[in-house]
Design a protein around this ligand. Structure first.
Ligand SMILES: *[C@@H]1O[C@H](CO)[C@@H](O)[C@H](O)[C@H]1NC(C)=O
Ligand SMILES: *[C@@H]1O[C@H](CO)[C@@H](O)[C@H](O)[C@H]1NC(C)=O
Length: 398
């Protein structure tokens, strides 16, 4: 009985949360405008705290729009526009606004003709009337009436923000929400949304992040820990070696897949270059591949070049670990995921660090003890049965 009641309460709560979250109203519906301006339709845009309000007037062939950008500052510009060419920057017919040095919200139109546009006021491909902007309570709102032809009623929309310095529009960031601010708009049906291509790019960026973090950032350090600390135990030879190879080669395979997704993402985003991230990624791929060859070209254990091979293998290996961690944090900066993912990764790194420190201390203890025993075999081993050194002798004597 009690369990049933409990389940019922739990179920009701779940139902409540599901209903509450699915019916969460659009924020734009509660937004108001000075002079009681009203718009027939509105939409919460999926990135950059942005909202679009509009009224389509079929007989006049105009769309009256108000683009609102909340949570901004007077040292930022805001822009919204439509792009008949697709949900992308180049081709966008943009309305731009910023607070100029007289402290007034100033609006102008500009056509984005390249990835490094002049951002100078110019006419758009369609007439624009009544352009104005207001800035209050950290909200920038751009008003205007677009005289659009039938074929522009269902089109792509793009919006953006960036810094202003000395009344000059500065380039916007090319990470996080700033590359997700594009989508579709249908002024007629009122449908508006994120772009599926922007959505799938976000998905691909997440896949890239997960593959590389797991391979370069977790499996590879684990493989190093396996090799370095299992080797001490004579009984774990050659198991440590196969474990190390298995760990590093699966990390390499997943890592190369992750690397390839990164190269593809780079070539699919013209105008967006994350130079340090890309460069470190390419170096990592080369180092990782070198390590695979190093395995194949490994001299015999007592070969005279084995020492040099060891130095080479270890230095490249540790460089890979350090560069991987650096690059994963570069990636976090670019992708800008929920903070918890970065915290989880830092947690894993701390765990690996503590594990390595403990094992390092233990290894030193083992090695020093082994040395002592080898130095004074007569003393510690009582002279007679001096053949039981090494790992097997470890646990027997202090
Ligand atoms: C700021 O914008 C207002 C409105 O567009 C304009 O009248 C004024 O001249 C501008 N000030 C500067 C310094 O450009
Ligand atoms: C958009 O506005 C028109 C005219 O008022 C209305 O008929 C239509 O239902 C609205 N669409 C949405 C999705 O709100």
């Amino acid at each position: 009985m009690q369990i049933k009641a409990c389940n019922f309460v739990l179920f009701s709560w779940l139902l409540f949360f599901v209903l509450a979250s699915s019916s969460s109203a659009q924020t734009c519906l509660s937004q108001t405008f000075a002079n009681n301006r009203q718009y027939a339709n509105c939409s919460d845009l999926p990135a950059l705290n942005s909202y679009l309000h509009w009224t389509y007037d079929e007989s006049a062939e105009t769309v009256e729009v108000a683009y609102r950008h909340t949570g901004t500052t007077s040292s930022h510009w805001s822009a919204w526009g439509i792009n008949p060419g697709g949900p992308r920057m180049v081709g966008t017919q943009a309305l731009v606004a910023f607070v100029n040095s007289s402290g007034v919200a100033q609006a102008f139109t500009t056509s984005i003709d390249s990835l490094g546009p002049s951002m100078q006021p110019m006419e758009l491909s369609f007439p624009v009337q009544s352009l104005s902007a207001t800035f209050e309570n950290n909200e920038m709102t751009i008003f205007s009436v677009l005289r659009v032809s039938q074929n522009l009623l269902s089109t792509s929309q793009v919006w953006q923000e960036g810094r202003v310095s000395n009344d000059q529009i500065q380039p916007h960031s090319t990470t996080g929400a700033n590359v997700q601010s594009a989508g579709s708009i249908n002024f007629l049906t009122g449908q508006s949304g994120g772009s599926s291509s922007a959505g799938s790019r976000t998905r691909r960026r997440n896949v890239h992040g997960v593959l590389n973090t797991v391979s370069w950032g977790i499996l590879m350090p684990l493989g190093v820990i396996t090799a370095r600390y299992m080797k001490v135990f004579k009984s774990a030879d050659p198991a440590w070696f196969y474990l190390h190879v298995a760990c590093q080669s699966s990390a390499y395979v997943i890592g190369v897949a992750g690397w390839a997704t990164g190269i593809k993402l780079g070539s699919d985003s013209p105008g967006i270059t994350h130079n340090p991230h890309r460069t470190i990624g390419i170096i990592l791929f080369c180092f990782g591949t070198l390590q695979v060859f190093a395995l194949l070209l490994r001299p015999n254990k007592d070969h005279k070049y084995r020492l040099y091979w060891n130095i080479y293998h270890h230095s490249i290996g540790y460089s890979v670990i350090i560069l991987s961690i650096v690059n994963i944090f570069e990636g976090f900066d670019i992708l800008n995921p929920d903070d918890k993912w970065e915290r989880i990764y830092i947690g894993i790194l701390i765990f690996l660090g503590v594990l390595a420190t403990l094992l390092e201390a233990f290894t030193w203890y083992v090695v020093i003890r082994r040395k002592k025993m080898n130095k004074h075999p007569a003393h510690t081993m009582n002279g007679a049965n001096g053949h039981g050194y090494g790992a097997t002798a470890m646990g027997q004597r202090v």
